[in-house]
Design a protein around this ligand. Structure first.
Ligand code: GDP
Ligand code: ZN
Length: 315
């Protein structure tokens, strides 16, 4: 008989490939783990029982230097996406997130305001603080800088912080590092905005592949990538979500969508009807605020478009 060499350890999942999990524990040790069979079926609604950011307990086997996860500790929060369009199952993208950062660009490529707003609505629905990183400021002329300032003003007024940066000119990064310090952040954004480039700047040891925008179309859609959590030299973690476009998985009731537009929600208390959807109801304080310029038309338009999408689901 071999002596029993398993030791119970606590750690955090930094990568999951569906069947294997990389766990960070102790003073920077990394152990490859699997999970017990019974454990896998405990939560039927999600396809993955363990996700990046999860705190776990595992049995470390000194002989094999591998581990078996025995317990997932309670999650503070998590972000989901649907496994496929047809499936009712969802996949947990990441758990225990302090802040989600959406990286956008004014040009090359242009990020539409509605895309930003859909992201922010989802973050609100998950009750996770959201910030916006505006990259490639080195490319902006007067016109683009003006659009950037307008966006910053609009989002700051609502309560979302914005970080204009250029990875080429190395500007704006200290403020970002300061903000990410000792937190678990999730980085999201369209292909080509500069997410991998940012991670490489924040942690040069990562050496992630970056590409030009045209290269992304050639790659095709069949490459499976998994979210990964990277340690930052200034303290904290950043979760990279390559290939994950959006998180639009929160099931929202039509009449609660405006709850996730903080500035619309605040004003909605003054609407005449408690069930006002802020379309063309009499006595709608939101419509009045849009007309007076107190609520930005772009934001109101995003709200209407999201509402119409939800409507079409019921037709
Ligand atoms: P990702 O798809 O979001 O990971 O984007 P990448 O990091 O691969 O970057 C896409 C392209 O944008 C690459 O060619 C980068 O060199 C370029 N890029 C990234 N940051 C900047 C920046 O601040 N300014 C300029 N001009 N180009 C950038
Ligand atoms: Zn209203």
């Amino acid at each position: 008989m071999f002596p029993d060499t398993s030791v119970l350890e606590k750690g955090i999942i930094i990568k999951s490939t569906g069947s294997r999990y990389r766990v960070l524990h102790g003073e920077g040790l990394v152990t490859e783990c699997i999970i017990k069979g019974i454990f896998r079926t405990r939560d039927l609604k999600t396809t993955n029982p363990v996700a990046v950011g999860d705190m776990v307990e595992f049995e470390f086997d000194e002989r094999s230097e591998g581990g078996v996860i025995t317990e997932v500790l309670d999650r503070r929060n998590y972000i989901l996406r649907k496994s496929s369009n047809l499936s009712k199952q969802s996949q947990i993208i990441a758990a225990n997130i302090d802040c989600v950062f959406l990286m956008i660009t004014i040009i090359m490529p242009e990020t539409p305001v509605e895309f930003i707003d859909r992201f922010l609505v989802t973050a609100e629905a998950y009750r996770i603080p959201a910030c916006i990183i505006i990259n490639k400021t080195d490319l902006y002329g007067k016109n683009e800088l003006g659009r950037m300032e307008d966006l910053i003003k609009m989002y700051n007024n609502i309560g979302y912080r914005c970080f204009p940066v250029s990875l080429v000119e190395n500007t704006g990064l200290d403020a970002l590092r300061e903000d990410m310090k000792n937190k678990t952040s999730l980085l999201s954004g369209n292909s080509g905005v500069g997410k991998s480039s940012l991670l490489n700047v924040l942690n040069p040891a990562l050496n992630l592949k970056t590409g030009d925008i045209s290269g992304y179309h050639k790659q095709g859609k069949h490459i499976t990538t998994f979210p990964e959590m990277h340690s930052m030299p200034f303290g904290g973690y950043v979760i990279d979500t390559p290939g994950i476009r959006g998180f639009g998985v929160v099931d929202m009731e039509r009449n609660e969508i405006y709850h996730f537009f903080p500035e619309i929600f605040r004003i909605s208390h003054n609407c005449r009807f408690y069930n006002c959807l802020h379309l063309d109801e009499p006595g709608c304080a939101v419509r009045k605020a849009v007309e007076k310029g107190e609520i930005n038309t772009l934001r109101y338009r995003s709200y209407i478009n999201i509402l119409e999408d939800e409507n079409s689901k019921y037709r």
